[in-house]
Ligand binder design. Structure first.
Ligand code: AMP
Length: 227
């Protein structure tokens, strides 16, 4: 399946993508992760992206689209993919539509993950990443899990750090950018008949069930469209 997960920062796109990867064996394509890797490597592209990311603004479309085009040409995406954090504005959504039309592989589902504004800020402030395995845990929403789990890379407790753009000022800007530039994609995909919205608050396994139900409904309506 070719899936887009749409939602504000902190809505759980990354967490649910990782679960979909495990269950369906299709890769997660996160532009945030790709950009952070470029920043960490200190590539020319990373240097250009870093300033916008620290300020909570969107990185230039030309950079992000180049990265996506390259990633979607990798053979592991042939059986499908989960787009997490892309597209983030209308220009990116239209470019993606064109890219997929060219290869005859249109999207199967777009799921909007709906989370209350206050809950988003709370989740983001508790979010930590393991510097060894990259796993994202939450000290506020799932503290027991964050504490109990051992890092699969080191066998020791996770070494947790907070993303530099998860600070209060940057988060406020990221949420504003979401409202202004990303939320309009809801209409874009509704017009295409692809949009499903799920309530994305509550325990992770429950959100996962709602997501699976939405994907199953999308598969069923895609099959009806083809018949
Ligand atoms: P994320 O990990 O998805 O929250 O993304 C972190 C940051 O990377 C965002 O605040 C943006 O600065 C940048 N970014 C990620 N995806 C995109 C995108 N599709 N378009 C532009 N900037 C992006």
């Amino acid at each position: 399946m070719r899936i887009v997960l749409l939602g504000a920062p902190g809505s759980g796109k990354g967490t649910q993508s990782q679960r979909l990867v495990e269950r369906h064996g299709i890769p997660q394509v996160s532009t945030g992760d790709l950009l952070r890797a470029a920043v960490a490597k200190g590539t020319a592209l990373g240097l250009r992206a870093k300033e916008a990311m620290s300020a909570g603004r969107l990185v230039a479309d030309e950079i992000v689209l180049g990265m996506i085009r390259e990633r979607l040409a990798d053979p592991d995406t042939r059986g499908g993919f989960i787009l997490d954090g892309f597209p983030r504005n209308l220009a990116q959504a239209r470019a993606l539509d064109a890219m997929l039309r060219e290869v005859g592989q249109p999207l199967d589902a777009v799921v909007q993950m709906d989370v209350d504004y206050g809950e988003l800020s709370r989740r983001i402030s508790g979010r930590r990443t393991c510097s060894d395995c990259g796993r994202v845990v939450n000290l506020l929403t799932t503290p027991a899990e964050a504490e109990r789990e051992l890092c699969p890379k080191t066998g020791k407790p996770h070494r947790l750090f907070q993303r530099p753009d998860d600070n209060e000022a940057t988060v406020a800007e990221r949420l504003k950018v979401y409202e202004q530039q990303t939320r309009p994609l809801v209409d874009h995909y509704r017009d295409q008949g692809l949009l499903r919205t799920i309530h994305a608050e509550g325990p992770v396994p429950e959100v996962e069930q709602r997501l699976e139900a939405a994907l199953a409904a999308s598969r069923a309506s895609a099959a009806t469209r083809r018949d």
